[in-house]
Every structure is written in structure tokens, then in C-alpha cells.
Design a protein around this ligand. Structure first.
Ligand SMILES: Cc1cc2nc3c(=O)[nH]c(=O)nc-3n(C[C@H](O)[C@H](O)[C@H](O)COP(=O)(O)OP(=O)(O)OC[C@H]3O[C@@H](n4cnc5c(N)ncnc54)[C@H](O)[C@@H]3O)c2cc1C
Length: 502
């Protein structure tokens, strides 16, 4: 019997996006989440997750504010799910993404703003999911409506566990189809990671890596609630518990957490299956639809927001040390500003040069989109390095914890190291602790690794950029120039002059 959790039963359009309170309440659903060998009860109450849950609840609440740019006035739901069929809808999505990323300063990679775009891309091209064996396009459309009506946070897990495929003793099994039943498919195995999975509503599982004939068992695409029986999450070390919000301000609020995803014979109901056993569908779903391009507009808007935030911290650090007039330091800040501006310019271009595909859906321009995505693997580590250079020992010359500043003797001792009327001790320590959470903490290191790998290994990401660059146009210029001269005539050679084409 269809229930409220059954796609196809989306009901009337949302009266408005759900509130933060409703998001938090939905997390208490009996999901299986392990941290440090222990099973977590309600994630919203666990110290590893309470910070990120509060952050995301505040973002959901922001969508309820009057005239929030996060809301599509036509549906009353989150504009993140809107299929950009008109230029106005394309603009609406961009404004919603920018607002979302401003609220989270670009530190949430796999929040509700990513897979919502992927789904919008899928739902605009349902025929891609229909094969002779399974007609699943209608599932995609119904699930998109269902998720949009509820403003669900769906994360993704689209890469197999890292392992040695030539090791005959390996027990690693990327998630695969083990049974097809009348009520759904049974899947078993594991996926490498699901960022945000512990605190999301649902998870999208597939293979973003191209599959080959013979890989039918791995050819899956589906979305299920995190609380589905048999689904287990094994989380990495939480960073939110590194220290208090004064000492680790970013870790405390924005640790979206990452978890390995294990499937113990999980039953996926048919209405949540988009591909089962079709290599062709899995290989076509991202680029045969608008999904990859719409989904990744979020990636570059997010990176732009994060780089802007980092540049702001760097500029404050420089001013705190009175170095803002030093040409060498200005040079470093200008490099940072350049990195941020290039990211912003590519994002604006990807949006502005979007074109409608055969289904009438606006796809962000691939040339700019993938140039930005390909660049992030190098520019984010570089931006962090520049901030680290500017902050230097200042990020180490701080007391162990906020409590030290509350101790009068300790604070007096530190006054001779950092005291100033212009920048009081506590403010200085606060700023440099924020910088440390960007350049040196575990959270900081994870973010560098995230920007380098979340979209795939470097050759994969650059492969997208290669595919979308119009090399023929550039080649024509070079060829034209080459054609403008030739071998010198004997007389010209003697005079040292190359022959010119007519
Ligand atoms: C912080 C973080 C969060 C993540 N979150 C998610 C998530 O939410 N969902 C998800 O699905 N995945 C997630 N991932 C996983 C991510 O998708 C993978 O790390 C990425 O696809 C690379 O795969 P891999 O780690 O197995 O590295 P590998 O592919 O094994 O790469 C290892 C090394 O080999 C190089 N290499 C790989 N392929 C080639 C090639 N063809 N030619 C030459 N060199 C190559 C790489 O550049 C790299 O140096 C996350 C990763 C990180 C670091």
C-alpha cells in the first residue's frame, strides 16, 4: 500500500519548505550509524553531528523567511529542485544556490543543494531510464516530485571502495544487484563514501565511473532512505568534537561528516529504482541527461563562496598584523583575489552561456563549468597555502582553549604577546583560531582532500574539461597560422626569409 514515503504519492505542492525542526525530527528514524565502534542513537543529539544538524536546520528555516530566494514561488518548495526549462527558472536555481552557499560559506559539499540538481536533470530526460527490460523513467519523475515536495536532503555514494582489484584475496564487493523480486531489487556490498550521509534523509547510489559490458550486476541507480533496513554507515573520526566552537569554529558548525556505506542485502522497492542491470542506462544517466551539468553548477558556486570566505579571513589576518601596506603581502592577497575571481567568472560564464538541450532544459555551459571543476583540485590547496603563509606562526601562537582567556593570570600573561587596544586579545585569538580551522586542523586537511577528490581523481575531472573544450576552434587558429608560411624558396633561404602562403 502506498504510504507517505512512497514516491508517486507526492500529494499537493508543499505549502512551504519544511522547517529546521521538521528536518531534525525526521532524523530520529532508527538509522544505523557507527562512530568509533559505537552505534549512535538519534544523530541529532550526538556531539559528532549536533553542530552540522543545527547548521542545516538553520538553513531550512531560512527558506521559510519571507521572499526567501531559496523558494520557487511556483511550487512553494525549494528552488534547488526546479527543472530549469525557462531562463527565469535557470536564474531562480542560481540565486537559490548562491544564497544556500552563502549561508554555509561553501563548506557543505553534499548538502540538499547537490543531488536535487542531479534529480532535476534526470527528471527532465526520463526516457534515458527506459529500456526493453525495465521502464523506470516514470520512477525518476515521480521521485523527483516526491523529494521536491518534501525538500529532502539526499546525498550520494557513487564510487566503489578503494581496493586492489588484482588482489585475489580481496573480499571487497562494490555494491551490486543480487536479486530481482516482484517488490524490488536486493543489493549487497559497499560504496566508498557518503558525505553527509549520517545526517541526510536519503542516499543516491550508482556508479559515476563508466561501466563495461559484463558489469551488469554493478549497473545500479537508486535512492533509498538512510534508515532502510540493512543499510549501515561507518563514519570517519568526527571533527566537531575537536574542541569548542571558539577553538574550532568551522569544525563545530560545518563538519558534514563522511561515512563508508555498507549494504547487507538491502531491499530497494521498485519505485526507488532508476536502473537495475543496465550498463547503458548507468553510463548515460549523467551526460545523456542534464544531470551532471545542473548538479555541478552547485559545485562551482559552492567553491566560489568558500574561496571568498577564505580571502576575507586572509585579508583580516594581514590587517591584524598591519601588513596591508606591504607590497609583497599585497601580492599574495592579490593572488588569492585572482583565484577567487577566476572561480566566480567561470561560474558566471557557465550560467550566462547556458543553452537549452533537446528537452528544452538549460544546461550550464560545459566549457566554463568543467574548467572551474578541473581547476579546483589545484586552486583550493593553493589558496589554503597562501592563507597559511600569511598567517604563519600566528595560528600556533594561541592558547590551547577558549577557557584560558577566561583565566585572569593566563590572559594577563598573553597580553604581552598579543594585547592591543585596536585588536583585543580575545578577538585576535578568535581570528587566528578560525584561520587554523582553514589551514591546519583535521577539518582543514579534509577540505583540501575534498576539493582534490570529491569529483573524482584528477584525470577524471580534467577529462570532463577536455571533453567540453572546443579544441577544433583553437586548432583552426594554429592551422591558419601554420598555413600562412611554408618552406623558404632557395633564394629566400639564402636571405633568411620564410615563404608566405598566398
Ligand atoms: C573528503 C572526501 C569526501 C568524499 N565524498 C564522497 C561522496 O560523498 N560520495 C562519493 O561517491 N564519493 C566521495 N568521495 C570519494 C571520491 O569520489 C573518490 O576519492 C574519488 O573518486 C577518487 O577515487 P579514489 O579515492 O578511489 O582514488 P583513486 O581513483 O584510486 O586514485 C588514486 C590516485 O590514482 C590517480 N589516478 C586515478 N585514476 C587515474 C588514471 N586514470 N590515470 C592516472 N592516475 C589516476 C589519482 O589521481 C590519485 O592520485 C570523497 C572523497 C573525499 C576525499
Amino acid at each position: 500500500m502506498p504510504t507517505d514515503a512512497t514516491p508517486g504519492n507526492a500529494g499537493s505542492p508543499a505549502a512551504g519548505p519544511r522547517t529546521g525542526k521538521e528536518y531534525i525530527a525526521a532524523l530520529d528514524d532508527g538509522r544505523t550509524v557507527h562512530v568509533g565502534g559505537k552505534l549512535v542513537g538519534n544523530v541529532a543529539e550526538h556531539p559528532a553531528f549536533a553542530g552540522i544538524v543545527a547548521t542545516m536546520a538553520a538553513v531550512y528555516d531560512a527558506a521559510g523567511e519571507p521572499d526567501s530566494p531559496l523558494v520557487d514561488p511556483d511550487t512553494g518548495g525549494l528552488a534547488l529542485f526546479t527543472i530549469p526549462r525557462t531562463w527565469e527558472q535557470h536564474e531562480l536555481r542560481k540565486r537559490a544556490l548562491e544564497h544556500w552557499c552563502r549561508l554555509t560559506h561553501g563548506f557543505i559539499g553534499r548538502g540538499p543543494d547537490h543531488v536535487s540538481g542531479v534529480l532535476a536533470g534526470f527528471a527532465s530526460h526520463p526516457a534515458v531510464f527506459d529500456t526493453d527490460r525495465h521502464q523506470l523513467g516514470a520512477n525518476v519523475v515521480a521521485f523527483h516530485e516526491y523529494a521536491a515536495a518534501r525538500g529532502l536532503w539526499i546525498t550520494n555514494s557513487i564510487v566503489p571502495p578503494q581496493h586492489n582489484p588484482t588482489d585475489p584475496t580481496s573480499r571487497v564487493r562494490p555494491v551490486q544487484l543480487v536479486e530481482e523480486r516482484s517488490d524490488g531489487i536486493v543489493v549487497d556490498g559497499a560504496q566508498m563514501l557518503g558525505t553527509g550521509a549520517a545526517v541526510a534523509d536519503e542516499i543516491f547510489v550508482t556508479s559515476v565511473r563508466p561501466l563495461s559490458p559484463g558489469d551488469e550486476a554493478k549497473a545500479l541507480s537508486f535512492i533509498i532512505p538512510i534508515a532502510t533496513p540493512g543499510l549501515r554507515l561507518i563514519c570517519r573520526r568526527p571533527y566537531a568534537t575537536s574542541g569548542g566552537p571558539f577553538d574550532y569554529p568551522l569544525s563545530a558548525r560545518f563538519d558534514e561528516t563522511d561515512a563508508m556505506v555498507v549494504f547487507d542485502r538491502v531491499l530497494v522497492p521498485w519505485e526507488r529504482v532508476f536502473a537495475a542491470g543496465s550498463v547503458e542506462v548507468v553510463n548515460r544517466q549523467f551526460f545523456g541527461t542534464a544531470a551532471h551539468q545542473i548538479g555541478n553548477l552547485q559545485s562551482i558556486i559552492r567553491l566560489t563562496a568558500k574561496l571568498r570566505f577564505l580571502t576575507g579571513v586572509a585579508s583580516l589576518i594581514v590587517r591584524a598584523n598591519g601588513r596591508d601596506r606591504d607590497p609583497a603581502i599585497r601580492h599574495e592577497l592579490a593572488d588569492l583575489a585572482g583565484i577567487q575571481t577566476v572561480s566566480e567568472a567561470l561560474t558566471e560564464s557557465a550560467h550566462a552561456f547556458a543553452t537549452q538541450d533537446e528537452a528544452g532544459v538549460y544546461r550550464p555551459a560545459g566549457k566554463y563549468l568543467y574548467a572551474a571543476l578541473g581547476m579546483q583540485t589545484e586552486v583550493y590547496p593553493r589558496a589554503v597555502k597562501i592563507l597559511g603563509e600569511l598567517a604563519a606562526g600566528g595560528v600556533i601562537q594561541v592558547p590551547a582553549a577558549a577557557g584560558d582567556l577566561l583565566d585572569a593570570d593566563e590572559a594577563a600573561a598573553m597580553e604581552v604577546l598579543m594585547g592591543s587596544d585596536r585588536l583585543p586579545l580575545a578577538e585576535r585569538v578568535k581570528l587566528f583560531k578560525l584561520a587554523w580551522d582553514l589551514v591546519g586542523s583535521e577539518f582543514a586537511g579534509r577540505h583540501v582532500q575534498y576539493e582534490r577528490f570529491y569529483s573524482g581523481a584528477v584525470p577524471v575531472v580534467k577529462g570532463y574539461a577536455y571533453r567540453f573544450y572546443p579544441f577544433a576552434e583553437a586548432e583552426a587558429l594554429a592551422t591558419g597560422f601554420l598555413d600562412s608560411y611554408g618552406l623558404p624558396t632557395p633564394a629566400g633561404a639564402a636571405a633568411g626569409v620564410a615563404g608566405r602562403a598566398a
